[in-house]
Design a binder for this molecule. Structure first.
Ligand code: FES
Length: 165
């Protein structure tokens, strides 16, 4: 089964120790390892949980660029950094930091191999931790804006509802 079928819509909230952090159970570790990724809703936020090369990552489900299905993207190594590649326009986004990478071409020397640069954090990432075989996602600090936030907003939901009318 593919990533899209691994939807874990049920949200089992877990109160945090400090009372302010938003965490939720997102699935059994063994299930996510087996499928490679899972979708979950964490306090109303749609995230994808990814297992890659022995590590777990979590980030917003839709791509910061134009709302593409990032959760379906392939994983690619870009100069030693593990990235998810958005299926729509092939943007590379680092799994660990949500950085948007780009390939710069020197117009004075177009034959030279393009080098990779960073646009900085664009896609919101979240922390994943395991407890006794259960995986939990803790949302990152929502006061620091990331471009992917728009695709989680009520404004975007309204745009989508209007488009269906
Ligand atoms: S929507 Fe993801 S690269 Fe454009």
């Amino acid at each position: 089964c593919g990533p899209a079928s691994a939807l874990l819509a049920a949200e089992l909230s877990m109160p945090s120790a400090d009372g302010g952090v938003l965490s939720a159970f997102v699935g059994k570790k063994e299930d996510v390892v087996r499928s490679g990724r899972a979708l979950a809703v964490v306090h109303g936020r749609e995230v994808v949980v990814i297992h890659h090369a022995g590590a777990f990552y979590a980030m917003d489900r839709l791509c910061y660029h134009a709302g593409g299905p990032l959760y379906l993207g392939d994983i690619e190594d870009v100069e030693g950094r593990q990235c998810i590649v958005c299926p729509w326009h092939k943007y590379r986004i680092t799994l660990a930091e949500g950085e948007g990478l780009y390939q710069a071409v020197d117009p004075r020397d177009p034959q030279r191999r393009a080098s990779w640069g960073s646009k900085g954090p664009k896609q919101r990432t979240h922390a994943v931790h395991e407890e006794s075989g259960d995986l939990f996602v803790t949302l990152s600090d929502l006061s620091l804006r990331r471009e992917s936030d728009y695709y989680q907003s009520e404004e975007y939901q309204q745009v989508m509802r209007n488009a269906k009318k």
